[in-house]
Write a protein that binds this ligand. Structure first.
Ligand SMILES: *Cc1c(COP(=O)(O)O)cnc(C)c1O
Length: 381
């Protein structure tokens, strides 16, 4: 393509702005955001091995994908427009009519609802177990039909821990794939496990600043290829602006995670000794310690009915910690667990999962621990 600017009139010039070429060896320290939706391909290579169209591939989103594959110790990674798109793209990419999936009722509500209610529209059946009854996993396999076991650890919202080795050993025995939603634990954990597909909502710890919605799927190239194909067909692409913000947010990921975990532990200690707190859940079992290095910044607990009319009412009494969805961000947020995460469940299921009218989920941010504890103390008084 040869440009002849001197022959062009004004509109042509304005719509083909001057190109700035950076001298060879003269590099920006921060890679620019590639916003172009389309690319001029070189004649010397197959078109679709190059960047052609940003719904399919883009240098800025690819930079994020490769960074994420590296830190998760996976062959490849795909980023998409939300954590939910990562989940649904994985399920639709790996399953077809007649297949069966095993999942666990202790899951993020949209994930549970999609598997239980929407996959059935495509003739894909499901069985839900509890993470606390892992001994039933093997008998839940439907020979020749079960293709995927999907789980979370720690689970949203009540931080149940999955026995990952047990899930993988059953899956390998029956030639079933395993997908894990590791959002609560973050990107740097569980990398030692041979789960086929690792899913994260980057909206949470990855971006970490509460201003981007995104998700990622990492795994072996051969499995990821099938999921990528489905995500491309669904048009699930992440915008390069969003990808850039996440790449930037990731620079402080480990610092944020460490500080948030440290503060969360101080809050757990405070809550555990408070007379108006009925129970506190935070990953500290032997199984959690075996699988995780850092226990994270999400805590769930139940307040005594004498201090508030409801979980919502307790959340509204707080002045610093705000009632809101999401987690893993710089500001602390709290949510009533039943109203936010449990309304699709039967009363028995809610009770067995500790989703009660007085339980809440707290995500600890980067504020000072003393200020957060003072806020909780005042609301509990
Ligand atoms: C938030 C969340 C998701 C969904 O992510 P979005 O980015 O909000 O779509 C999936 N799984 C878990 C465990 C989550 O907490």
């Amino acid at each position: 393509m040869q440009k002849n600017r001197s022959e062009w009139n004004v509109n042509t010039k304005l719509n083909h702005p001057v190109e700035i070429k950076i001298p060879e060896g003269n590099k920006p320290l921060i890679q620019p955001i590639f916003l172009s939706a389309k690319y001029y391909p070189s004649e010397s290579q197959p078109y679709f091995e190059q960047f052609m169209y940003s719904r399919v591939s883009n240098p800025t989103t690819r930079q994020l994908e490769l960074t994420l594959a590296e830190i998760q110790k996976r062959e490849d990674c795909m980023v998409v427009g939300s954590g939910v798109a990562a989940l649904t793209g994985t399920f639709l990419g790996l399953l077809k009519t007649g297949d069966h999936i095993i999942s666990f009722k202790e899951s993020y509500r949209p994930s549970r609802v999609f598997i239980r209610d929407s996959l059935s529209h495509f003739g894909i059946t499901s069985t839900f177990l509890s993470l606390t009854e892992m001994n039933q996993l093997e008998s839940a396999i439907v020979s020749g039909k079960t293709k995927l076991i999907h789980f979370e650890s720690p689970s949203n919202p009540n931080l149940e821990i999955a026995d990952i080795e047990k899930i993988i050993s059953v899956a390998r025995k029956y030639n079933v794939l395993v997908s894990m939603d590791g959002t609560f634990a973050g990107l740097h954990q569980h990398t030692q496990f041979d789960v086929d597909i690792m899913i994260h909502s980057l909206t949470k710890f990855g971006n970490g600043h509460g201003d981007v919605i995104a998700g990622c799927i990492a795994g072996k190239s051969i499995v990821l290829k099938q999921i990528r194909e489905m995500c491309l067909q669904l048009g699930a692409a992440l915008d390069p602006h969003a990808a850039y913000l996440i790449t930037r947010g990731l620079k402080t990921y480990m610092l944020r995670y460490a500080r948030q975990t440290e503060t969360a532990q101080k809050i757990v200690t405070f809550l555990e000794s408070h007379p108006k707190i009925k129970w506190v859940r935070y990953p500290n079992s032997e199984l959690a310690r075996r699988q995780m290095r850092d226990m994270g910044s999400t805590i769930s607990f139940e307040v005594d009915p004498s201090i508030a009319k409801s979980a919502d009412n307790f959340c509204h009494k707080l002045k610093l910690i705000q009632l809101a969805a999401s987690l893993g961000s710089t500001e602390s947020v709290i949510a009533p667990t039943l109203a936010f995460f449990g309304l699709d469940l039967t009363p028995e299921e809610r009770e067995s999962m500790l989703l009660t009218p007085y339980s809440v989920r707290l995500s600890v941010g980067l504020e000072d621990a003393e200020d957060l504890i003072r806020d909780l103390e005042a609301a509990l008084a």
